[in-house]
Design a protein around this ligand. Structure first.
Ligand code: FAD
Ligand code: DHB
Length: 391
């Protein structure tokens, strides 16, 4: 089989790019290792920047998001022994906001959009291997139910997440990797309960970070910082709610409605960047090239900016024979990636409990929050990054 662009990975990055290119008459295929149900079973991001929402509309997949997603003009930070301060995103970012709409729903919308437009996805593609990437005739091989397949193409896009094969197929000598692993994870619970607050609450507490988020008026998403040694099975629902309550300001805790978890998982926190994001005719996008700790809600949104640059670069190649965008893709994408890294590191460092910190470092951390809420400039910087830096 021959296509123009072979995309490895059927997560949000791969699906969004494929859908955008497909609508422009550029022939793509998406190879996904798992089943559709497996991909849709993962509960991940919840907060979208406007740039990402705009791409969803451009991909003709934004209708349900615009109907069911919630626009949020601010969020809260609990700190200093239970004090609750609001970050007014609209005021401090010059009128901007974010959209609360789950990655699961958005991925479903992208799959449905692809089905409507007849775009091709191969599920349960095993042993996917990109080959001859530095020639002008790259190809990708895979197996499905023990039958071997080969896709000849002009470009390969590696959108297969952090554990995918694409980044690993770049020779080590060509790739520089930067990494920071945090000594804790987030234990997340999804529950069919009314959210404790209509706006997100990020909590800095001496027992550890917590986050009250939501997916809708009847679906809540909560997280607590946990040591890496704990397994998800160590946490009953009761133990989770008890620990969450301990970290919330009293009046918030009093309003919390608990219930059985629909999903419960632990995500380790990691910062990671691989440079460059291109090797010959292979282009990396999203988590395949970079990871952030989730505190700033930047992972999916940074994948979105990669897709924006790559989409326009591929379009310019096919429309005008102009390869400047492809040549410049890695540099442009990484410039924005590193700003998201900085912001995510800053939010994570400011809000989590670091067991190895000295009392001096703990005081500095508390002062960071005190300074934030005393300075319009600091709030402006937080708001600009949270709503999303320009593409
Ligand atoms: P993925 O979603 O990882 O998709 C990659 C796909 O490739 C997968 O479907 C995988 O099965 C497939 N694949 C892997 N290997 C292969 C292979 N060899 N062959 C074929 N297919 C393969 N981001 C935000 O912006 N906002 C948030 O609020 C936010 N909250 C988060 C909360 C949590 C708890 C977590 C864990 C993450 C959060 N993120 C958030 C990050 C966000 O979920 C990721 O950045 C996003 O999923 C990246 O999308 P992707 O398509 O690049 O990669
Ligand atoms: C969610 C996750 C985040 O990392 C974040 O900063 C805000 C919300 C969520 O899953 O709802």
């Amino acid at each position: 089989m021959k296509v123009q662009v072979c995309i490895i990975g059927g997560g949000p990055s791969g699906l969004l790019l494929s859908q955008l290119l497909h609508l422009q008459g550029i022939n793509t295929i998406v190879l996904e290792r798992h089943t559709r149900d497996h991909v849709l079973g993962r509960i991940r991001a919840g907060v979208l920047e406007h740039g990402f929402a705009t791409l969803m509309r451009e991909a003709q997949c934004g209708e349900r998001m615009d109907r069911e997603g919630e626009i949020h003009h601010g969020f809260l930070i609990a700190h200093d022994g239970g004090r609750l301060d609001r970050v007014d995103l609209r005021k401090h970012s010059g009128g901007n906001s974010v959209m609360v709409y789950g990655q699961t729903e958005l991925t479903r919308d992208l799959y449905e959009g692809r089905e409507r437009s007849g775009a091709k996805t191969v599920f349960e593609a095993e042993d996917v291997a990109p080959r001859d990437l530095t020639s002008d005739r790259p190809y990708v091989t895979y197996r499905q139910k023990d039958e071997p397949f080969r896709i000849d193409c002009e470009f390969v896009v590696g959108a297969d997440g952090f554990h995918g094969v694409s980044r690993r197929s770049i020779p080590k000598s060509e790739l520089r990797e930067y990494e920071r692993v945090y000594p804790f994870g987030w234990l997340g619970v999804l529950s069919r309960t009314q959210p404790v607050s209509p706006e997100l609450i990020y909590v800095s507490h001496e027992r550890g970070f917590a986050l009250c988020s939501l997916r809708s008026k009847v679906l809540s998403r909560y997280y607590i910082q946990v040591p890496l040694a704990y397994r998800v099975d160590d946490w009953s629902d009761e133990a989770f709610w008890e620990e969450l309550v301990r970290r919330l300001p009293e009046d918030v805790a009093a309003r919390l409605i608990t219930g059985p978890s629909i999903e419960k998982s632990i995500a380790p926190l990691r910062s990671f960047v691989a440079e460059p994001m291109r090797h010959g005719r292979l282009f990396l996008a999203g988590d395949a090239a970079h990871i952030v700790p989730p505190t700033g809600a930047k992972g999916l949104n940074t994948a979105g900016s990669d897709i924006y640059y790559l989409y326009h670069a591929i379009l310019a190649h096919y429309r005008r024979g102009d390869d400047a965008g492809l040549e410049d893709y890695s540099r442009r994408a990484l410039a924005r990636v590193w700003k998201a890294q900085r912001f995510s590191w800053w939010m994570t460092t400011m809000l989590h409990r670091f067991p190895a910190n000295s009392p001096y470092e703990d005081r500095l951390q508390a002062t960071e929050l005190a300074y934030l809420f005393s300075s319009e400039t600091a709030l402006g910087s937080l708001a600009a990054n949270y709503v999303g830096l320009p593409f």
